[in-house]
Write a protein that binds this ligand. Structure first.
Ligand SMILES: *Cc1c(COP(=O)(O)O)cnc(C)c1O
Length: 224
């Protein structure tokens, strides 16, 4: 089941699009199945959960942090992740930079954009992204490589198009102005119900949970 789902999705993806399996609340066994089927990157939302899973799975895949990061977890995050997709405040950037320096690491990060300006969601508002970039560009242990956005929950994924398109516009503007200073290359947007629309609007990272693993249970299960 998982194997078929992964193969089907991989087959339809354009060459340049990276599939990140969104693995929150999924058991290690299920994640291993997805990896065997060709998944090369996993996205986790919670630090402790990711730490436990990484002890078993190891680093044969890339580990993306796709959930909100609290400053007091930054120390753990820089150790276990290969890329942090959810940079959303200058304070967080400062702490991450400091923790990276302690372990001599340069961490690729994406700026999270709150593309629909939803008050309950984290992320930088679209009109603030360039200003934000100017503030965090000085942290030289962070490698700013692109943007990530969640998008609002909408019944019809076609209605996400304007939000994705605005985010792509910001992505392109930054690429044009900073292209030679940054390795600006990733635009992470689109989930199970919206990845096709997101790719049409320029995404080159998609984060897929349900379409690989099936519906998520609400209960906390034993990941190992
Ligand atoms: C859970 C999650 C996804 C995947 O959602 P699905 O609808 O299950 O594909 C993508 N991105 C983030 C940030 C998530 O938390």
């Amino acid at each position: 089941m998982i194997k078929d789902n992964v193969e089907k999705i991989l087959k339809e993806l354009p060459q340049e699009v990276l599939l990140v399996a969104a693995t929150k609340k999924r058991a290690v066994q299920e994640i291993q199945e997805a990896i065997c089927a060709g998944v090369g990157a996993v996205g986790e939302n919670y630090i402790q959960e990711a730490e436990k899973k990484q002890l078993v799975i190891g680093r044969k895949v890339k580990w993306h942090l796709i959930g909100h990061l609290q400053k007091n977890k930054a120390k753990h995050a820089v150790k276990i992740f290969d890329i942090i997709e959810t940079l959303d405040s200058v304070e967080l950037a400062e702490v991450l930079d400091k923790e990276c320096k302690k372990i001599n690491k340069v961490m690729p990060v994406l700026i999270e954009v709150n593309c629909a300006r939803e008050p309950q969601k984290s992320g930088v508002f679209p009109e603030k992204v360039e200003e934000f970039l100017k503030e965090v560009i000085k942290f030289d242990s962070l490698k700013l490589t692109g943007l990530m956005t969640m998008g609002p929950f909408l019944e019809n994924p076609q209605n996400l198009r304007p939000f994705f398109s605005e985010t792509k516009g910001i992505f392109d503007r930054i690429k044009n102005s900073y292209g030679d200073r940054l390795q600006w290359k990733y635009l992470s947007m689109g989930m199970s119900d919206s990845y096709r629309v997101a790719i049409e609007e320029g995404a080159n990272i998609i984060r897929i949970g349900t379409a690989i693993f099936g519906p998520r249970g609400e209960e906390d299960k034993d990941y190992l």
